[in-house]
Design a protein around this ligand. Structure first.
Ligand code: ATP
Length: 362
């Protein structure tokens, strides 16, 4: 077990720095209470950085991110800062590509006290989106300039599917152990229409055989997307290719109170970047009203990751303490505007810190 962990912090743009400040305060407090030593270094990257320097993230920062034990990321990109080809300047993609972050984990949990439009007693889903291939595989392909048609390609590889599905089954097992969830993985695909998707299902069936202790299930993406709304309780871990996962994870955020409470992690076999699911929400920047919960729950995922990779129970304890404090504060308030309250970001953070300390003193 390591004596301390290096955490690279990248606050970014818009509301990124505000929610990151909150996440760092809560992370530090929970870590301290559980005897976990974190060494944090803050790095600049993102759209403002691009505006000043012409690059969204420097090579030195990319290297530092790879050397750290984990990266805590705020949000990056601003609508008026574009590359010459018109695309936004989020370095998330650089990090994903450099460090083989093939899976995006999006926990989708309905907390008491958070309004939802659904009539659902319980929603507790982990959406896992593949992030390096699928329908994004040919993003950078050369295309003959044409004003008549443009194609994108869907590529599914055995190597990526195998590690993706092994991860999904491992996550279902770990959630069952730590959180009492059922232990089931559902593949969402379009195997009835697309050969690439039939191939993905074939590999899912093969990998499922290696995990007989975990239930497996398959649904077509169209019906499966509807069931996020009509039968969310039927899901535990959901896994899919890139674009289907992109869409279903946003549906997931929508049914549990919106982006302000939706954390995420981009992980590979050795690296992890932890960030709220939301973007930079520029219209909220500087108003001190951003909900810090998504960023704070992402910090808890960072601790889960350290716990798993280093067999460090103290990190599990700190992650669990953050989740319990979030549960308490969402149920009792204060809450930010996006989830029906009127509190400032700092009031929510203060309430969480108090709750963490109250529990630690017991
Ligand atoms: P991106 O393209 O970078 O993902 P986006 O255009 O999807 O960004 P977000 O920045 O994610 O937009 O936010 C969409 C809207 O959700 C915001 O305009 C804001 O109203 C709301 N929102 C997002 N995050 C938060 C938050 N932490 N607290 C409160 N509201 C939020």
């Amino acid at each position: 077990m390591k004596t301390s962990y290096e955490v690279a912090v990248m606050p970014g743009d818009g509301i990124g720095p505000e929610v990151t400040e909150a996440a760092v305060a809560v992370l530090d407090s929970a870590a301290r209470n559980h005897g976990v030593q974190l060494v944090r270094t803050t790095y600049e990257a993102g759209a403002e950085y691009y505006r000043r320097t012409g690059e969204a993230i420097s090579e030195a920062v990319l290297v530092a991110a790879g050397e750290a034990d984990a990266v805590l990321f705020g949000a990056m990109g601003l609508p008026d800062v574009r590359r010459p080809d018109g695309t936004e300047t989020g370095p998330q993609v650089e990090l994903r590509e450099r460090y083989g972050l093939f899976a995006s984990l999006r926990p989708t949990k309905l907390f008491a006290g958070v309004p939802t439009r659904l009539k659902a007693d319980k929603i507790d889903i982990l959406v896992i989106r593949e992030t390096t291939e699928g329908l994004f595989a040919g993003r950078n392909d050369y295309r003959e300039p044409s004003d008549e048609s443009v194609s994108d390609r869907m590529t599914i590889t055995r190597a990526t599917c195998e590690k993706l599905f092994d991860l999904a089954f491992a996550q279902a097992r770990s959630r069952r152990h730590h959180q009492g969830t059922p232990g089931r993985v559902t593949l969402l695909d379009k195997a009835n229409a697309l050969p690439s998707q039939a191939f993905m299902r074939k590999i899912f069936d093969e990998v499922a055989l290696r995990h007989p202790d975990i239930e497996n299930d398959r649904r077509y993406i169209d019906a499966g997307a509807m069931m996020f709304v009509t039968a969310p309780e039927s899901y535990d871990v959901v896994v899919s290719e890139n674009i289907f996962g992109d869409i279903t994870s946003e549906i997931g955020a929508g049914i549990v109170g919106g982006l302000g409470v939706a954390p995420s992690a981009d992980i590979g076999l050795r690296h992890g970047v932890f960030q709220p699911s939301h973007g930079t929400a520029p219209e909220l920047a500087g108003l001190a009203v951003a909900n810090p919960v998504a960023a704070i729950l992402s910090a808890a995922m960072l601790l889960d990751w350290l716990a798993e990779r280093h067999g460090d129970e103290r990190c599990n304890g700190a992650a669990g303490a953050i989740r319990s404090a979030v549960e308490h504060v969402l149920a009792c308030g204060p809450k930010t505007r996006d989830i029906g309250g009127d509190a400032k970001t700092s009031e929510v953070t203060e309430a969480l810190l108090k709750q963490l300390n109250r529990v630690a003193m017991r």
